[in-house]
Design a protein around this ligand. Structure first.
Ligand code: HEC
Length: 190
């Protein structure tokens, strides 16, 4: 059952094994252990401009699987999942974070976040599954589950009910992320 939840990661793991030159066919040991879980803290969120933008979203991975996450974001594939530790954001104030396989297996283990951002940094206001509601009063999971086949990413719409904002506005929200000024001013050495 684990394989069906993570075909993409296993694909990468095996490709790596092949690349690293395990020449003796048949004696390849099991793929590297997958991280068990990833529980984000407020400090894991930062100025969105620090993260790569793919179409209109910003993508990060805190466990070293950024290449895999970016590859899937650039080329969405039905049935494939983002690696554990992936953070995806459209706006500074909302995030989806990929947890480990025990978090919410019925819904691909995404944890939804409402964040409070300011020049002082990020605070986590609400986190979880059904209980997280967006700025327009809608339940995150309720909309995103319509894109179940694409790992719950609505990506412009898919099956999801649309958001009442356009790409220009989304870009502006990212560009004016209040946390960015703090970093460029170097106010807080961390
Ligand atoms: C009314 C339905 C709806 C609700 C409620 C909703 N979303 Fe979305 N969300 C969307 C749609 C549609 C998009 C795609 C928007 C676009 O690309 O223009 C999206 C995009 C996103 C993205 C970018 C990745 C993707 O799916 O394309 C993230 C991250 C996200 N939403 C997180 C959240 C979080 C967190 C909440 C709750 C706090 C939430 N959303 C609530 C419909 C919704």
């Amino acid at each position: 059952m684990k394989t069906s939840a993570a075909p993409y990661r296993f694909g990468i793991a095996w490709a790596l094994v092949a690349l690293l030159g395990c020449g003796d066919a048949g004696t390849v040991s099991s793929p590297p252990a997958e991280p068990l879980d990833y529980e984000a803290t407020a400090d894991d969120f930062e100025c969105l401009k620090n993260w790569e933008r793919v179409r209109n979203v910003r993508v990060a991975n805190k466990l070293g699987f950024l290449d895999e996450a970016l590859a899937l974001a650039r080329n969405p594939q039905q049935g494939l999942e983002y690696p554990v530790g992936t953070i995806i954001q459209l706006f500074p104030g909302e995030a989806m974070v990929k947890r480990g396989p025990d978090f919410d297996p019925a819904n691909n283990n995404w944890e939804y976040f409402e964040l409070l951002v300011s020049s002082a940094g990020t605070e986590i206001n609400v986190r979880g599954r059904e209980e997280v509601i967006n700025m327009f009063g809608g339940q995150c999971l309720g909309c995103h589950e319509d894109a179940r086949e694409f790992d719950f990413l609505c990506d412009k719409k898919r099956g999801c009910v649309g958001l009442p904002i356009d790409d220009a506005f989304i870009t502006r929200l990212q560009e004016t992320d209040p946390r960015c000024q703090e970093e460029s001013a170097g106010a807080r050495g961390r």
